[in-house]
Design a protein around this ligand. Sequence first.
Ligand code: FE
Length: 334
Amino acid sequence: MFTRLAAFAVAASITAPVLAAEVNVYSYRQPELIEPMTDAFTAETGIDVNVVFLKKGLIERIQAEGDLSPADLIFTVDISRLIAAKSAGITKPISSAVLDANVPESFRDPKDHWYGLTARARIVYASKERVAPGEVTTYEDLASDKWAGRICTRSGTHSYTLGLLGAVIAKHGEEAAQKWAAGVKSNLARKPQGNDRAQVKAIWAGECDIAVGNNYYMVAMLNNDEQKEWADSVDVTFPTFKDGGVHMNISGVAMAKNAPNETNAMKLMEWLTSDKAQNLYAEVNGEYPVKPGVDPSDFVKSFGSFEADETPLSAIGAARPKAVKIMETINFDG
Ligand code: FE
């Protein structure tokens, strides 16, 4: 990260970057998750992609850089981070018929500030030994007594958990959502802790029977010598909302407000929603393509198919403050 960052900081200060065919990306996504795509883009177009990988502080950094920010594009997972970037005033709306055609409406900002590039399903991992086929039904059902002492999950303060609760709020309203979250809490086998994979490990260890997690971790665990055993102890199940489908979240992209290479940045954005890039994303990351008609990888397909819930991500993201409040009120992690 530092080499590349230094390289382009120097280039920006001592050369005239105006004519360079390049795009500058600030990314919360890890290098291995985006480099296969940006490399293929460069090979095809000759446009260089300089990526600054950040673990935190992306918004603050672009704000501090102000008008002179070299950032063209912002890459991140999770709807809440895309909305936060827009709310902070560091993005700008764009107009692209290609993006409008390739990204379904529920996966993009109604005001054209951000666009989903990949989708992930929030699924339920279920013990092969202790959960009967068909026992996992709906998200609503996770609050029912039948799961008492059987559920593991990560923290209620994590974006993935808040995203799911945001969807419950969007579907059923704040009051019902609070009741639901309290019901889930009362069914927990242990206090929320660890990441999504740690929940599958807990099922493997016999601590709980089901866990909520993102779909692509199954692929990652099966490809990991230590974690394969955890993954082998569970089935992937796809709960739905009572009157809907499987809860989805996205990774996405937004144009930085002061993008110095806007034309090339637009090319990269559009290219990332092409069949070629969407297939690459599916193969590399185990996520779902956003573009209609592009299939997930065969590996991901082998876990089964489902209907995605159609609640707009913008509505789910907008419910986040209420979701945070509910988790505090019921002391979900306590
Ligand atoms: Fe993740």
